[in-house]
Design a protein around this ligand. Structure first.
Ligand code: URA
Length: 206
């Protein structure tokens, strides 16, 4: 982890990350996309098949659902920073395709320094965790999306004199893939859009 690195240095360093075994089978590190000046950041779980091939987060089916939800919530994705808790695709191979596997705690722990560093550089006003994996890594292992989604929690940072100060907000909500899998997709989408609306409303008026 390069000391005092900016976003592009972090991205370049993460491209060679071998901090866990996931870098072997994956095509590439998928670091992040979006503005380093973003006031809103979205953190997913890990790249999927499309993201692994294209090298950018949320560009596959879950990304299209996210784009749709953002649009409905009046959020411009171009103004947001988008990243993942784990930067390599974890999968098993079947003859037909590569099947997503949820990352283990060891993968989350290995990747956490990248996430912490990039969020410290971007320093968004609101960080939205998309799904349980991202929420647990940033909001703690006891976080439950079903009970705690849509609630804003203070995000703290160390000030120059090492005291903890509030630096914006954190929120957890469902993962866009869960909306794609939901029996009542309209209701699930409406729930996600409502949570995104809470995040957008927490931004300091420009
Ligand atoms: N799911 C995620 O959590 N992140 C992506 O980038 C794509 C799918």
């Amino acid at each position: 982890m390069p000391d005092g690195a900016g976003l592009e240095q972090l991205r370049a360093a993460a491209a060679g990350c071998a901090g866990c075994e996931l870098h072997g089978p994956a095509t590439q590190t998928v670091f992040s996309s979006g503005s380093p000046l973003a006031r809103l950041a979205f953190v997913g779980e890990q790249p999927g098949d499309a993201e692994d091939r294209q090298g950018a987060p949320f560009v596959g089916p879950a990304g299209r659902l996210l784009d749709h939800a953002l649009e409905q919530a009046g959020i411009d994705r171009a103004d947001a920073y988008v990243t993942n808790a784990v930067k390599h695709f974890r999968f098993t191979r079947t003859p037909q395709r590569r099947l997503h596997q949820t990352p283990d705690l060891a993968h989350l722990t290995a990747c956490r320094p990248w996430l912490v560093a990039e969020l410290a550089v971007v320093d968004p006003e609101v960080v939205v965790c998309l799904g349980a994996t991202a929420a647990r890594t940033l909001l703690g292992p006891s976080f439950r999306v079903t009970r705690q989604r849509g609630i804003l929690y203070p995000r703290t940072a160390r000030s120059d004199d090492a005291t903890l100060v509030q630096s914006g907000w954190m929120m957890g909500t469902v993962h866009p893939s869960s909306v794609l899998r939901a029996d009542d997709r309209d209701a699930a989408l409406a729930g996600l859009v409502a949570d995104l609306g809470v995040a957008a409303a927490a931004l300091v008026p420009a």
